[in-house]
Design a binder for this molecule. Structure first.
Ligand code: PHE
Length: 338
């Protein structure tokens, strides 16, 4: 008799507990797990109640049996209800996640612009390409042999002071202070006659309104028979007149570079904004020194040539009327947008 009552109580307890747990389900997966636990083949209902029916007295069995079925039906019904509302909620969330407000304006990508220095560099390249020059590139991390020695600038040479700057390996490897090493690399790899230009980054320990520790140079080298200063001057005149889009006057002022002889600073006659004229120094140049030809195995009795090196930032500043070279690298949008 007490067995009978206990079983009924247990069934009631089980029903209450099951209802509570079903109510707490958070997803249809939760419901499925719970369903297996409660009503599955090895579930609570079977193992705790149905299996015990066989051992009960024949008068009690139908009572407990029908009560058990009632509990089972209630639980099943609760599962179905919960599943239905859960599915509705899940479908709603899913649909919500797919919803797109087509009235929101699209995100726009701002179109950038080419950096002025790169733009000038390309213009210079195109110009020289149109004159039959080839564009060559060299490494920014350079060996002293190419940076100095082969350029007739031995260790003790005072010209090295201003350019001896960022060493990677003391006395051997450095960030190149000029693009002139590309002259050597080119002549080592091809036979004359040749005409090349070489744009690229160079490094020096300078930083002020007119100098950057990293800037761009544009090297030119032409090697042929019977090259003289008038070839150099004519080429440079054509270069500046094309770049500044008007007839320009230049002058060659005697100077010194270890790898050219004679050497020149090249000045440009520049009209300022008040209509006055002044000479502006824009580049270094000269005829290739015979020692440089010897260093690369060219016969200086047969071959002659000119070389020049010009700062691309310098040309860019003149072209666009800039007064502070640092504006080119500050990234100030007001400057960039102008
Ligand atoms: N390399 C020199 C410099 O950086 C410029 C130069 C190049 C001069 C070629 C003469 C010939 O100052």
């Amino acid at each position: 008799m007490s067995d009978h009552h206990e079983l009924l109580r247990n069934l009631e307890d089980f029903l209450v507990k099951a209802m509570a747990e079903i109510g707490n389900c958070k997803s249809s997966a939760d419901i499925e797990n719970l369903r297996v636990r409660f009503l599955g083949k090895k579930g609570v209902l079977t193992s705790e109640f149905l299996k015990k029916l066989g051992g009960l007295d024949s008068e009690i069995r139908p009572v407990i049996g029908s009560k058990t079925n009632e509990v089972k039906d209630k639980i099943q019904e609760a599962f179905s209800q919960k599943l239905l509302s859960m599915k509705g909620e899940e479908d709603r969330l899913f649909e919500e996640s797919l919803w797109v407000d087509i009235t929101i304006p699209g995100s726009r990508r701002e179109i950038g612009f080419e950096h002025l220095v790169k733009k000038t560099q390309k213009e210079m390249e195109d110009l020289f390409i149109s004159m039959g020059y080839e564009v060559k590139h060299g490494p920014e991390i350079e060996d002293v042999f190419y940076a100095f020695e082969a350029l007739n600038t031995p260790e003790w040479h005072p010209a090295r002071d201003s350019q001896d700057s960022f060493y990677i390996e003391s006395g051997k490897i450095l960030l190149r202070p000029h693009t002139s090493p590309v002259q050597i690399r080119t002549m080592e790899s091809i036979k004359p006659p040749l005409a090349i230009v070489s744009p690229g980054k160079v490094y020096r320990s300078d930083y002020d309104a007119t100098h950057l520790p990293m800037f761009h140079q544009f090297e030119g080298l032409l090697v042929d028979r019977d090259i003289n200063v008038s070839h150099l001057k004519g080429t440079l005149e054509y270069f500046v007149s094309s770049i500044f889009k008007k007839e320009m006057t230049i002058r060659l002022r005697p100077s010194f570079f270890p790898f050219t002889e004679p050497s020149f600073e090249v000045d440009l006659m520049w009209e300022d904004k008040y209509g006055g004229y002044k000479w502006l120094e824009v580049l270094g140049a000269g005829l290739v020194d015979p020692n440089v030809f010897k260093a690369v195995g060219y016969d200086p009795e047969i071959w002659s040539g000119f070389a020049f090196g010009v700062g691309i930032e310098r040309i860019t500043m003149l072209k666009y009327g800039l007064t502070d070279i640092r504006d080119l690298i500050r990234g100030d949008l007001r400057f960039i947008r102008q």
